[in-house]
Design a protein around this ligand. Structure first.
Ligand code: GLY
Ligand code: MN
Ligand code: MN
Length: 461
């Protein structure tokens, strides 16, 4: 945990947001895998961690906007628990570490909320993403667990997002720890990427590095020779010479701050000419995105500027044609990069995505674009110092998508389908770095994982 003052200050910012009523932030409970006592690794809710700091199951935090008081509800363990889990720190003592004086058993939360509702006070809560919390909210509020997400407080969401978006020096330090683990994961994967090695063996090895780094991967590892499938979680194949291996993986720090990197390497350690040509385009796109990442710039404009770089260079290779700006306006680049350039990162790898992508990534000024490809851009709004984002351009050759566009004559003025057919088995390349927006520009977090093709080849030797 950080110092208790950190949590006091964070809640103070929430109290100063002008809301009335009660702010309820449910922590997570254990989640069973295959029988009740055999649970998945526990992961606390990120907003609970941010404002109340305690990394244990079965807690709820309340910010009383009317009285100015904060509460943690949860149960102390009994002798049975102590026999199995060892001696536990009492809730009162743990809550004090987050600067919270008021504690009560979890059941008291029902009385507290019921009394607040009877007095006509509004209960602000966040959109639940776990079934258990949907059921608790149903019990607390009398709203069906199937509908409770729709009743989440947009004012509460909008108060929390700006506070969590700007990372302080201690948070950056945590993210850099996660980046250091991510570095080790990726360099290890590169060194293992030789013919006949099972993808699962590499994925499992780097997952172990994430766990040894203090916590766990920040999301399920993507490691595949089918990089054209954007989030391919199958690791079933054996590596083959001539293929590319795409690894999209990151770690959480011990305090659950994320890293998220992607590298793409040639199985066996040597890029072919064809692979290097596409790789160099993605690298130029990544560097261009980083150069444009600065305060005051809208990330939507960075996304489109990167799309222009990709289009210009694919045109030079003969895969695209026509006017570059017009091609990008028509979304032709999305055949090759059908996803957004990046996203916010923090306590969640896609930071605060549970609070709604549109609330986190957009505002009144910059609205989401529904065009194919750009619709998947999770962040569009203007950047501010303290934001941590990922830049992750890619070029993919997705046979089904190519066939669909060719068949339906989509963007035929800008795509050279004949030449494209030579790339049907190419796979995909994505290069992802984590970047801090500073007062004057941006800085790549952690030691940059080898990214230049020569450096990748030399690490792999
Ligand atoms: N880890 C998925 C992503 O890069 O956004
Ligand atoms: Mn990623
Ligand atoms: Mn990412």
């Amino acid at each position: 945990m950080f110092d208790k003052l950190t949590y006091i200050e964070r809640r103070k910012a929430l109290h100063n947001s002008g809301l009335k009523g009660v702010g309820l932030i449910l922590g997570n409970i254990e989640s069973s895998m295959n029988f009740p006592e055999n649970t998945f690794h526990f992961r606390q809710d990120s907003s609970f961690l941010y404002f109340f700091g305690l990394d244990f199951p079965g807690l709820a935090g309340v910010v009383d906007f009317d009285s100015g008081e904060d509460y943690i509800f949860g149960d102390d363990v009994d002798i049975e628990d102590i026999i199995w889990m060892g001696k536990q720190v009492p809730l009162k003592e743990n809550a004090a570490k987050a600067g919270v004086k008021n504690t009560a058993p979890f059941n008291e939360l029902f009385k507290f909320i019921s009394k607040a509702i009877k007095s006509g006070r509004k209960i602000h809560f966040l959109p639940p993403y776990r079934a258990a919390n949907k059921m608790i909210l149903e019990q607390l509020l009398g709203i069906s667990s199937f509908q409770v997400r729709e009743h989440a407080s947009i004012e509460f969401i909008k108060a929390i997002i700006p506070i969590r978006s700007v990372k302080d020096a201690n948070e950056i330090n945590e993210i850099e720890k996660a980046c250091a683990t991510g570095y080790e994961m990726h360099v290890t994967a590169m060194k293992m990427a030789y013919p006949d090695v099972w993808e699962q063996k590499i994925a499992g090895t780097i997952e172990g590095i994430a766990v040894a780094g203090g916590a766990m991967p920040s999301f399920p590892i993507i490691l595949t020779q089918h990089g054209e499938t954007l989030h391919n979680h199958s690791h079933a194949e054996f590596l083959k010479k001539g293929n590319l291996m795409l690894t999209d993986a990151g770690a959480e720090s011990g305090m659950h701050y994320a890293s998220d990197f992607t590298r793409t390497v040639p199985v066996g350690g040597k890029f072919t000419q064809k692979q290097r040509e596409i790789y160099e385009i993605v690298l130029a796109a990544n560097n261009h995105g980083h150069k444009l990442t600065k305060p005051g710039v809208s990330y939507l404009s960075v996304h489109f500027s990167v799309a222009e770089v990709i289009t210009t260079k694919l045109k030079e290779l003969g895969l695209m044609k026509g006017d570059v700006k017009e091609a990008v306006r028509n979304g032709a680049h999305a055949l090759f990069m059908p996803h957004g350039l990046g996203h916010m990162m923090g306590l969640d790898v896609h930071d605060m995505e549970d609070l709604g992508e549109i609330n986190v990534g957009y505002d009144e000024e910059i609205r989401p674009v529904s065009q194919f490809g750009t619709a998947y851009l999770r962040l569009g709004k203007k950047l501010k110092p303290g934001y941590v984002i990922t830049n992750e351009p890619g070029i993919y050759f997705i046979p089904d998508l190519i066939d669909k566009w060719q068949h339906e004559k989509i963007n035929t003025d800008f795509i050279n389908f004949e030449k494209l057919n030579e790339y049907r088995n190419f796979g995909g390349i994505r290069l992802e770095d984590d970047v801090l927006v500073t007062e004057t520009g941006s800085r790549i977090l952690g030691k940059r994982i080898p990214i230049h093709p020569d450096d990748i080849e030399s690490v792999m030797q």
